[in-house]
Design a protein around this ligand. Structure first.
Ligand code: C2E
Ligand code: CA
Ligand code: CA
Length: 538
């Protein structure tokens, strides 16, 4: 049972591992996808922010140009009071404009609408304005260090120009898409790369960052926004946590699905595993009879699956799967232990009785079964010399040398080996006999043909002769009629089993039959086991 539990736990661990693996892959994939999504979304958001910056700057340039065009239309090109009035009016109406001024051909300010003393103005760059004929764009700084943009144009034929001063910051984004203060780096620059104005701190070129440039079709400048990549997951932390949370939930669901699939009726191997742990595989006993004396010679153990609902399943429905899954080994060991507990004393106190177990071919290819058999029967009233192990001729032998060694080791313990279903397999009898077995069991197919088919009768006769020459016993299987019994007797066969005597019986019925056919007449030294057997059979 310990081994069952160990196997069970190991299988569950494998299931959990598979579950975590199945869940882990989507989790990693989701994380990977999410990273890609955040990156793509970040890129898209920054592109949108850059487009907004271009649109904002376009509209501000447009306002300033319209205001200056308006003044030019009025002929404002001097510092006369009426001109100053018109300039005041324009500055008041056009929101971005800080100052309207008259400048001379050298770019020096002559007067402004404010009438304030003219502070220091440093002109750092001067380029023709694209998209606005006759305009010049100056990049400058005023006394307090604030970066400014100045647009100027000629008015009529005079030498002076009319100019408007706008803080460079007004051409740059101030708030992020979410309404927070804009925190990335942004600038607008002329086509030749002269920076008109910038905001924020530019991430180093070596840092992971996302940079997007968007040109203004209208005025020919370019807006660039650069954001450090690390900023993106922070901004999308909620999304990432949501992703991780969903991936975690998927992981748990998948692990549960894998575990439940293994336990649901849809998985027959898991079903057998569970039934084995629950002790649902029980031994039935088919008596083997001496057809000359009518005495009981023993029984063959045939497994039945007694389900929780009381229904019985025949071995044909689960033995192949138990064999292919490797569970047959534990099932056979469990069956032997159960027989020891249930019928051990009844068999043990009748040394003439033999008890046969069906052993799948694979059990003979592993030496450890010798120890298992020895251990199971050493603590039981059943002597090893009463045990018969049946190896079927139907399955091919995978490792002949190993099988032969295991058979020899078992015979060394006193156990006898039978070849089951003789005449039906593909290995060939002579090949099977090289294993050095003790008993051959003639298949029902031949038993049915005896008396009606001459060839079969001859084959069985030859088998019997062969067996006797090799000092092997013969058991006939599937005997259903009295005529068959007569023919088998004539052929010199002594042991037979079949419905004519008894079908496979549950433990209690078998024990009653044993007591009835072979009563033990007040043994000289009754032992506890015998008494127990009698009371359970009663
Ligand atoms: P088998 O070893 O050849 O067992 C004889 C089968 O013939 C049994 O079928 C038995 O119920 C049936 N039988 C017995 N007498 C008669 C009869 O007079 N007429 C007819 N028609 N059938 C009869 P069962 O119990 O369904 O077992 C089928 C097979 O399953 C067995 O064939 C054996 O190969 C396998 N098996 C049963 N128990 C075990 C087990 O514990 N371990 C392994 N590895 N195989 C088992
Ligand atoms: Ca058998
Ligand atoms: Ca058989």
């Amino acid at each position: 049972m310990g081994l069952v539990l160990r196997a069970f736990t190991r299988r569950n661990l494998v299931a959990i591992f598979v579950g975590v693996l199945l869940a882990g892959v989507p989790l990693l994939a989701l994380n990977f996808w999410l990273d890609g999504l955040i990156e793509r979304q970040g890129q898209a958001e920054i592109t949108t922010a850059a487009r907004r910056a271009v649109a904002l700057a376009n509209s501000r340039f447009q306002l300033v140009i319209e205001a200056l065009d308006n003044l030019a239309a009025q002929g404002v090109n001097s510092c006369r009071p009426d001109a100053i009035d018109a300039m005041r009016q324009a500055a008041f109406t056009a929101m971005p404009i800080k100052e309207v001024a008259i400048v001379d051909p050298d770019g020096q300010t002559q007067c402004t609408h404010l009438g304030l003393p003219l502070g220091q103005r440093n002109l750092t760059a001067s380029v023709p304005m694209v998209g606005a004929e006759g305009y010049t764009l100056d990049v400058m700084q005023i006394a307090n260090g604030q970066p400014m943009v100045r647009l100027r144009r000629k008015v009529g034929a005079g030498p002076n120009e009319i100019a408007a001063l706008v803080p460079a910051l007004l051409f740059l984004p101030q708030v992020s898409m979410e309404g927070n203060p804009f925190s990335a780096y942004a600038h607008i620059a002329t086509r030749d790369g002269t920076i008109i104005g910038f905001t924020g701190e530019r991430p180093k070129d070596s840092d992971a960052r996302i940079a997007v440039k968007v040109p203004s079709e209208k005025f020919g400048f370019e807006a660039e926004i650069v954001a450090p990549r690390g900023m993106l997951p922070a901004e999308h932390a909620g999304l990432k946590w949501l992703g991780l949370f969903s991936a975690g939930v998927i992981a748990i669901i998948l692990a549960c699905v894998v575990l439940t699939i293994r336990r649901t009726p849809g998985n027959p191997v898991a079903d057998i595993e569970r039934a084995l742990a629950a002790g649902e595989f029980v031994p039935y006993y088919q008596p083997i009879v001496d057809i000359r004396s009518g005495q009981l010679r023993g029984a063959e153990v045939l497994v039945r699956w007694r389900k929780e609902d009381g229904s019985l399943v025949l071995p044909g429905a689960f033995i192949p799967l138990a064999e292919s899954s490797g569970l047959i080994r534990e099932m056979t060991r469990d069956l032997m232990r159960r027989v020891c507990v249930e019928a051990g004393s009844a068999i043990g106190c009748r040394p003439g009785l033999k008890i046969s177990f069906n052993f799948a071919g694979q059990l003979f290819s592993d030496e450890s079964i010798v120890k298992d058999v020895c251990k199971i029967f050493s603590g039981s009233p059943i002597k090893l010399s009463q045990v018969v192990l049946e190896l079927t001729e139907r399955d091919p032998i995978e490792n002949f040398t190993e099988t032969r060694q295991v058979i020899a080791a078992l015979q060394g313990l006193g156990v006898r080996i039978a070849i089951d279903d003789v005449g039906t397999g593909h290995s060939g009898l002579s090949y099977m006999l090289k294993l050095g077995v003790d008993i051959i069991k003639i298949d029902k197919m031949f038993v049915d043909a005896i008396g009606t088919d001459r060839n079969s009768t001859t084959i069985v006769g030859t088998l019997v002769d062969l067996a006797h020459n090799m000092r092997m016993d013969v058991v006939a299987e599937g005997v259903e009629t009295f005529e068959q019994v007569m023919h088998l007797r004539e052929l010199g066969i002594r042991s037979a089993q079949g419905y004519v005597f008894a079908p496979p019986l549950p433990g209690s019925a078998f024990l009653q039959l044993v007591e009835a056919i072979d009563p033990i007449a007040a043994p000289a030294e009754p032992n506890a086991a015998t008494v127990a057997s009698r009371s359970s059979a009663a």
